[in-house]
Design a protein around this ligand. Structure first.
Ligand code: UD1
Ligand code: CA
Length: 460
């Protein structure tokens, strides 16, 4: 067991969210609130993390995985009671860093600073506080005439004078284990909510003559607690600003950072330009010198250097370098485009590989297909890959030319260099180099017939 463990309180329901989902699983910038907190403690060098779960425990476990260490709070009786549930899992650790699962903006450096101050002063408790313009909803730090901390009072238990205090409790603290564990057994639920408040442990330390320290967070933004959807949006906005600033710092042009939504998990090469209304999500890797957007969503995909993607949706796909996608293209999972492929307007591609230099310029569906190099797919080409029961493959070899409005009824293979006449419905393999025509022969009748001519006259 490490000297320091972090305990993240995440058992509450989050009533103010009015949600079926446990609060800490709501997401901003590509991670759940809880994952943001965990990432911060990990980056601060804390490897031993205990997550206290309760409400929606199954869902939280499913979302975060079984490799995490959990403690279980059966009934949500308050933050003090929640922390007590981690007693056993924390073992003999001497320092307990406590965080709430709903403060997703906390920075690793702030946690490191808090731990440092706690160790340097040998305090029983070191509280991370913050001075904020609107302290509504937070616990207030109560100090005596000399500025020494006396305790923390929750908003709902505060007098009007206490409510006017703008130094708030961030819900993040360091405790000396030797003080903490016995103190938790002495908490009383004598407050407006009838809960065991962890915050009451501070007054206990004071009454025992122990040292209580505070670190005032330099950046009040960092300590925002997410209790409702408005705060969720606010936290998302802060993350977005941070992420976009970091990308711009490292050489990415973002035309309008206010309307560009990039998950924390995304990497982007330099000199890429991102236009407004673009969402880069999940495990996405963007190369250098790309042009993305406007109005583009790319999720869990790789994009090679120098590719352009306009007004498109790209999901779980791999796009090679020098490709041109959109406007209005939909690349669904399993799409692989090799280098210099063009995918134009109103094209949908799924589970398909398209070879180097091939073109799918307009109005096409390719599903479960393998397309070779330098292939041209005419407008309106459709792979008929589904027979109502199962999906079948289509293979189009190098240099083939598919005429406009072709139906390729799978399973089917079009050989290298073959040509398919426009409007064909191809049900059988086309040998390499041959011309396939599969359409009704045109018939031109000598007269349009009297009836038709009369009708035409009437219309006039
Ligand atoms: C808490 C603090 C408040 C502080 C604020 C900072 C207390 C009593 N109050 O208030 O001083 O200003 O955080 O954001 O601690 N939880 C459990 N089990 C429970 C109750 C809560 O695990 O029985 C967890 C929640 O899931 C949440 C965290 O503890 O992640 C904080 O609970 P919440 O109800 O949001 O407390 P606040 O009212 O915000
Ligand atoms: Ca909270």
């Amino acid at each position: 067991m490490a000297e320091t463990v972090a305990v993240i309180l995440a058992a509450g329901q989050g009533k103010r969210m009015h949600s079926r989902l446990p609060k800490v699983l709501h997401r901003v910038a590509g991670r759940s609130l809880l994952e943001h907190v965990l990432a911060a403690t990990r980056e601060a060098g804390i490897e031993d993390n205990i997550i206290v779960i309760g409400h929606g425990a199954g869902e939280v476990k499913a979302a975060l995985g079984t490799e995490q260490k959990y403690a279980f709070q059966e009934q949500q009786l308050g933050t003090g009671h929640a922390l007590a549930q981690a007693r056993e899992a924390a073992g003999e650790a001497a320092t307990i860093l406590v965080l709430c699962g709903d403060t997703p903006l906390i920075r690793p450096a702030t946690l490191t600073g808090l731990l440092q101050q706690h160790r340097d002063t040998g305090a029983a408790v070191t509280i991370l506080s913050a001075r904020i313009a609107d302290p509504t909803g937070y616990g207030r730090i109560i100090r005596d005439g000399q500025g020494r901390v006396k305790g923390i009072v929750e908003e709902r238990d505060a007098t009007p004078a206490e409510k006017a205090i703008n130094e708030i409790n961030t819900g993040i603290y360091c405790f000396a284990a030797a003080f903490l564990w016995p103190a938790l057994t002495r908490l009383k639920p004598d407050n407006d909510q009838g809960e065991y408040y962890l915050t009451d442990a501070v007054a206990l330390a004071v009454s025992q003559g122990l040292r209580v320290e505070t670190l005032v967070a330099g950046d009040a933004e960092e300590v925002l607690g997410v209790n409702d959807r408005a705060q969720l949006a606010a936290a998302g906005a802060v993350w977005r600003r941070r992420i976009n600033a970091a990308h711009m710092q490292s050489g990415v042009t973002i035309i309008d950072p206010e309307t560009t939504y990039i998950d924390v998990t995304v990497t982007i090469g330099r000199d890429t330009i991102i236009y407004p209304g673009t969402f880069l999500e999940g495990n996405t890797i963007i190369g250098a010198g790309c042009c993305l957007g406007p109005g583009t969503t790319i999720r869990d995909s790789q994009v090679g250097d120098g590719s352009t993607i306009i007004h498109a949706v790209v999901l779980e796909s791999t796009i090679g370098p020098g490709c041109q996608i959109g406007p209005f293209a939909y690349l669904r999972p399993g799409t692989i485009l090799e280098a210099c492929v063009k995918v134009g307007d109103f094209v949908e591609i799924k589970a398909t590989r398209v070879g180097r230099g091939s073109k799918v310029p307009h109005l096409t569906y390719l599903g479960d297909a393998t397309v070779g190099r330098e292939v041209n797919i005419g407008a309106g080409t459709i792979t008929c890959n589904y027979d109502g029961r199962q999906k079948w493959p289509t293979i189009i070899e190098d240099g083939a030319f598919i005429g406009s409005n072709t139906n390729l009824v799978a399973p089917v293979r079009v050989g290298a260099g073959a040509l398919i006449g426009a409007g064909s419905t191809i049900t059988e393999d086309v040998p390499a180099g041959s011309l396939a025509l599969a359409r009704e022969k045109q018939v031109n009748l000598p007269s349009r017939g009297k009836k038709g001519e009369e009708k035409r006259q009437e219309k006039r």
